[in-house]
Design a protein around this ligand. Sequence first.
Ligand SMILES: NC(=O)CC[C@H](N)C(=O)O
Length: 382
Amino acid sequence: MPLNKDAQPALLVLADGTAYRGWSFGATGTTLGEVVFNTGMTGYQEVLTDPSYCGQIVTFTYPELGNTGVNLDDEESDRPYVKGAIARNICTIPSNWRSTESLPDYLKRHNIIGIYGIDTRALTRKIRGFGAMNGAISTEILDEDQLLEQVKQAPNMNGLNLVREVTTASTYEWSEATSEVWEFNPKDGKTNPPTYTVVAIDFGVKRNILRRLASYGCRVIVVPANTPAAEILSHNPDGIFLSNGPGDPSAVTEGVATAKELIAAGKPMFGICMGHQILGLSLGAQTYKLKFGHRGLNQPAGLSQKVEITSQNHGFAISGDSLDPQVEVTHLNLNDKTIAGLRHKELPIFSVQYHPEASPGPHDADYLFENFIKAMESARAA
Ligand SMILES: NC(=O)CC[C@H](N)C(=O)O
């Protein structure tokens, strides 16, 4: 029996024809996307609102979603960007002092379809075995063959530029730092007025990245992804930040071209996830699609001796074969030895495939923001 009063029978079909039946939560209708899985035990609201998940239907392996409801502070952007949510079970009566709404009501309000009652362990094993594939959730097409026909209409993630769907329409300034109650590193900059000007190129930026930059004493100017290099440099930034974002990085040709021009300007540059891939591409590397990607909060990254436990969410990676000799690998994902961090040997440019801003996830890698500040400090002194 369904838990929520407005649940409807729902069907999930994958591109290989596998079908799973459950109940709906949130909106009803039909939705298509790439089905991926996230293994985090917390942070469903941050995942749902991370623009990097645009175009994807996310399977949550944590067995029950919605226990702490949703709240205004945990939004990583202006709305949820996932194409759908898949859960083993849901909670309809949240219990948390910060909660302002239940997860099913929130998803319904934002017109996002969820399905629960699914054997998410079997589904995850399926995706691990075959790789991430397209799928559909529907409450209106309950015939498996008919829904499979719809799945064939879903775009292929390979070669897909989704940045245009999520980037800011116009330039804005961000000044909000991590709030005092949540600040875990009290020795952060918190200089007022801010010490450094950073231009952040928005490929689908998460708010907590902007907060961490502000906490470290940066005045952040967020610009649309297609902003020309000359306009970015006209803000006279101390450093340039390249954000996370959805889709295939190799399709974001305008971003790669801009990054190339910015590299030539010699300013400190820092990239996270999509930003890391775009920096890599602009330094001559190539990217490729991983079988099922890394999405979770306990991905180990490092080279030797020191390991960081990191928050990750990506389906593409930089290929080691194609790296410019000027660039060195600073981190590997220690589960599968894929490249997780890069640094230019001569220029103040570095990037990571993971999420040092957490939200959700561990804070092991927060020092990278400090490294960016140090790079800007040295560039000013020079
Ligand atoms: N979080 C991100 O920035 C993801 C980058 C890219 N869309 C990928 O899937 O690899």
